[in-house]
Design a protein around this ligand. Structure first.
Ligand SMILES: Nc1ncnc2c1ncn2[C@@H]1O[C@H](COP(=O)(O)OP(=O)(O)OP(=O)(O)O)[C@@H](O)[C@H]1O
Ligand SMILES: [Mg+2]
Length: 472
């Protein structure tokens, strides 16, 4: 393991190096600097730093290569990338290769000092989880019948396999996670699975719905308030960021936050400190933030509705939960599991047999487009379990809409309806996501499928649907 307190700074610009060294001389860390990234690798082997701060863009060897080489030499070393705004996306990707964090240039002295402190475990449970990451048991394991599962999340499609791998990788780290997915795809369940598999599992998991509360209420929910801060504030109240200390805050539908709240949240994530509404004291914040959105946040940034800097802070590790219609392999597995759970819950006791699905039921379940995703499937199965009185669930126990609306050939929803607006939003999201993904992989669909966890066939179908063929 590298030497705690020893930092190597790598940057091809001498001024930048000096600046970092000057800032870090205020804290008791031992700094070595190097402007040639190739020579930096020798230094890593010789000096065994506990933390490496490296510029991303450098001639000959870039920051990602330094990261990869450093991790090969010493898997426990923490690496932080220093990046210009234009290359933030690359830095974000680097988190997947084991970077501890990245900071965007120009950064403040406090950004630099904070990140070094966190990397050396001076910030409580969060950094302990980070430094002990390698020792943490993987959260996703083989459940009953040898199938892969993480917490209560189940699935066996290629898409879910890669979600399980991501949960496994991300759980022991301190990185913020952004979960994308349509309503009912399991975003909250995945957030819980990450929390339960992290070193924060013994501390609270607190879900916060960012759209259901008016702005001022949400602000005082999150940050708390002091007595007299506003009319009706008769007593002081701690915010959820305090209540969740050492644990996880799950910000559901984060795109619903107002600009003011977005800036406050950004400050908390950067400085790891906050003040209650009407308060003057700064309080330390030690929470991991997992956010969820069913909207394309990048598009929201382009429209100026969501702060880009906040987006990058939250989107360190993106997890995409594809709609159920794109992971057909999971439908019957989930249906059988819900049947089992329902029967054992409703009719506990030995000998109670779980009905199975007959061919007609399977056909209907697999042919439907599941606009409400897993939640809808769960409800349909619960209803069928109540109706069925024999050993089989048949098509007669399933609702009529499953017969009427088959796959994506369903009639288009009426303009102006909620369904229509939702479909339009999903289409925009799909297209933007696909474009970025394929650009990153030079149009290589196999690689794009692997990274995104979407089946290759589905990618091909989406490329065709959005007319993106000729672009790549
Ligand atoms: N992969 C899965 N395995 C088992 N159960 C699942 C899975 N995905 C979703 N569920 C179940 O489906 C229901 C909906 O999941 P969840 O609330 O996590 O979705 P969501 O994406 O947060 O939805 P919304 O956007 O509407 O809040 C829950 O009851 C959850 O337990
Ligand atoms: Mg939810």
């Amino acid at each position: 393991m590298g030497i705690a307190g020893k930092i190597l700074i790598v940057d091809d610009e001498q001024d930048a190096l000096e600046n970092c060294r000057r800032i870090l001389s205020r804290v008791p860390y031992d700094c070595v600097t190097e402007c040639d990234p190739a020579r930096a690798l020798d230094l890593i082997a010789r000096e065994r730093p506990g933390l490496i701060l490296t510029d991303l863009r450098m001639p000959r060897l870039d920051g990602i290569e330094v990261l990869a080489a450093a991790k090969r030499l010493d898997p426990s070393v923490q690496v932080v990338l220093l990046t210009a705004h234009a290359t933030v996306q690359t830095a974000v990707t680097s988190m997947r290769y084991g970077a501890f964090d990245y900071i965007t240039k120009p950064f403040t002295s406090s950004d630099l000092v904070q990140v070094a402190r966190r990397a050396f475990g001076e910030n409580g449970a969060a950094s302990a989880a980070q430094t002990k990451g390698a020792e943490v048991l993987p959260p996703a394991g083989r459940g009953r019948s040898g199938r892969r599962a993480a917490g209560r999340v189940i699935g066996e499609s290629a898409a879910m396999e890669s979600v399980f791998s991501l949960i496994e990788k991300v759980a022991p780290t301190h990185s913020n996670v952004l979960i994308y997915g349509e309503s009912g795809t399991g975003k909250e369940l995945v957030a819980r699975a990450i929390h339960d598999a992290s070193l924060r599992a013994e501390r609270p998991f607190i879900p916060v719905d960012c759209v259901s509360l008016p702005d001022t209420l949400l602000e005082s929910e999150l940050f708390g308030h002091e007595k007299g801060a506003f009319t009706g504030a008769h007593v002081s109240k701690p915010g959820l960021f305090e209540v969740a200390a050492g644990g996880t805050v799950f910000l559901d539908e984060v795109s619903g936050m107002s600009q003011t709240l977005q800036s406050r949240l950004l400050r908390v994530l950067q400085e790891r400190q906050m003040r209650r509404v009407g308060g003057i004291r700064f309080l330390d914040v030690d929470v991991r933030v997992i956010a969820a959105s069913n909207q394309d946040l990048e598009a929201a940034c382009r429209r100026g509705e969501f702060r880009e800097d906040l987006y990058y802070r939250l989107n360190v590790i993106p997890i995409l939960l594809p709609p159920l219609r794109h992971r057909e392999g999971d439908i019957l597995l989930l249906a059988r599991e819900f049947l089992r759970r329902f029967v054992t819950q409703q009719r506990p006791g030995p000998g109670e047999s779980v009905p199975d699905l007959d061919g007609s039921a399977m056909d209907l379940l697999c042919g439907y487009s599941w606009p409400g995703n897993v939640r809808e499937l769960q409800n349909v199965i619960e209803r069928a379990a109540v109706l069925a009185d024999g050993p089989f669930i048949t098509s007669a126990h399933l609702p009529d809409r499953l017969r009427e609306c088959h796959g994506e050939d369903a009639p288009p929803p009426e303009a102006g309806s909620f369904k229509h607006a939702k479909q339009a939003a999903v289409t925009t999201f799909e297209r933007g996501f696909l474009l970025d993904l394929l650009k990153r992989h030079d149009g290589h669909m196999g690689r794009a499928a692997r990274e995104s966890g979407v089946d290759r066939k589905t990618i091909e179908r989406m490329v065709k649907k959005h007319g993106l063929r000729e672009l790549f």
